[in-house]
Design a protein around this ligand. Structure first.
Ligand code: PMP
Length: 461
């Protein structure tokens, strides 16, 4: 077998990558022309690439490397578990200590009444579990027609057929026959982009009331659940106005509609609490988890399920599960990740050090002529770019053109910020220090200045 390692020249690695590797959410032919950036290692908040650049990762990978790169404790636990028991399933009347311990720990950390965990390998798989579980729950309660699920436009819940249908990404629905029947999407609480002249509070209330209108249209006896991220992540870090979630909660309570809180990004400290539901005051029946559960070191997800639903599901055989549900190595690493978070008081660090530092840095960036606002909650944030701060106007070019320019300027300055349309997204490791936030700030400012200059020079503003 040919040995392909980091010692090969970058161009050779890029050529092999282009020849055989199909990247997710990528126009592969365009990437092949540019050549993918080859990431070789990581330490703390920094990534290293094949050209020796040290890149500050203000996205924590894909919102997941919450403890940062290179944590030896996680490596050791994985190695130990691989030696002891690399795999065994939990299907056939068997269990193992990593799954037992992780489920028990999650029940301890989760809000009151959420005491049961169904494991999966990812966020997408977990939302597929939820889709089936809420339908089975109502069917077992004698209401099989209570099966419709309401979600939001521009929500992200995963990429499988089920979870991609639950999500509300129009560009995903445009491919492959999504969404499947029985899933409905109402407007999102994105005041910045869609609020017009309304106050954020008025707009938040109006968007929440779309849920009531949709439930009444379908009939409350037909609606199984409402699914939402406490704060939309991939949609652009959209923090709902303060009026939104209390009204959603009131409506779901009134019509007996279950709430699935998708905590895949918000969970495990990102918003300053263990779960975004706590931060936003939501009482979910099911929480979807993944990403930060293991700091991304191992692929693992799950559904944390309330007593009421578990009682019904546990009384039957739920014909659902994944080979890697509760995978022992993934579970052991996740458990160690949760231990470190508690022993190192990562939540205190977020609330007293990293969060305030990030908030201050972003507030300063908010003064930049391209930045139209600052959305930040704990360690997730977005900066919408605009040609006109006062009117929150869109650029004349296609949506995403300026965001992409800025992302490329970030990369050139050894900073990873992602763009969603023309919004810059920030979600660094939770362990980032105040000094590192300062480095983030300097690089982000340079990238914004360079983007601004390029737009001015090109007569695009
Ligand atoms: N839900 C949310 C809120 C997410 O952000 C994501 C991934 N970005 C998912 C679900 C899907 O998770 P995965 O990619 O692990 O399938």
């Amino acid at each position: 077998m040919t040995v392909i390692s980091n010692h090969l020249p970058t161009a050779e690695l890029q050529a092999l990558d282009a020849a055989h590797h199909m990247h997710p959410f990528t126009t592969n032919n365009e990437l092949a022309e540019r050549g993918a950036r080859v990431i070789t290692s990581g330490k703390g908040v920094y990534l290293r690439d094949s050209e020796g650049n040290e890149i500050l990762d203000a996205m924590a990978g894909l919102w997941c490397v919450n403890l940062g790169y290179g944590r030896e404790e996680l490596v050791k636990v994985a190695a130990r578990q691989m030696q002891e028991l690399p795999f065994y399933n939990t299907f056939f009347n068997t269990t193992h200590t990593p799954a037992i311990a992780l489920a028990a720990e999650l029940a301890k950390l989760a809000p009151e009444g959420l005491n049961h965990v169904f494991f999966a390998g990812s966020g997408s798989e977990s939302n597929d579990t939820n889709l089936r579980m809420v339908r089975v729950y109502w069917a077992e309660k004698g209401q099989p027609e209570k099966s419709h699920i309401i979600s939001r436009k521009n929500a992200y819940h995963g990429s499988s057929v089920g979870s991609g249908s639950l999500g509300g990404m129009a560009y995903m629905h445009a491919q492959g026959g999504l969404p499947i029947p029985g899933i409905h999407h109402i407007g999102q609480p994105d005041w910045w982009a869609e609020g017009g002249d309304q106050t954020p509070e008025e707009f938040g209330l109006a968007r929440a009331q779309e849920l009531e209108a949709k439930i009444l249209e379908l009939g409350a006896d037909k609606v199984a659940a409402f699914i939402a991220e406490p704060i939309q992540g991939a949609g652009g870090v959209i923090i709902p106005p303060s009026t939104y979630w209390p009204e959603i909660q009131r409506i779901c309570d009134k019509y007996n509609v279950l709430i699935i809180a998708d905590e895949v990004i918000c969970g495990f400290g990102r918003t300053g609490n263990w779960f975004g539901s706590t931060t936003m005051g939501i009482k979910p029946h099911i929480m979807t988890i993944a990403k930060g559960l293991s700091s991304g070191y191992m692929p693992i997800g799950g559904s944390i399920v309330c007593d009421e639903i578990a009682e019904v599901i546990n009384a039957i055989e739920f014909n659902h599960g994944y080979t890697y549900s509760g995978h022992p190595v993934c579970a052991a690493v996740a458990l160690e990740n949760l231990r470190i978070m508690q022993d190192e008081n990562v939540l205190d660090h977020v609330n007293n050090v990293a969060g305030p530092a990030l908030n201050a840095a972003l507030t300063q960036l908010g003064d930049h002529p391209l930045v139209g606002g600052v959305n930040v909650k704990g360690m997730m944030a977005s900066l919408p770019l605009t040609p006109n701060k006062a009117t929150r106007a869109k650029f004349a070019m296609d949506a995403g053109t300026v965001g992409f320019m800025c992302r490329e300027r970030c990369f050139a300055n050894n900073l990873v910020m992602r763009h969603v349309g023309d919004r810059m997204i920030i979600s660094p490791p939770l362990t980032i220090t105040a000094d590192e936030v300062e480095i983030f700030h300097k690089r982000a400012k340079t990238a914004l200045d360079e983007t601004y200059k390029a737009l001015k020079d090109g007569d695009m503003l």
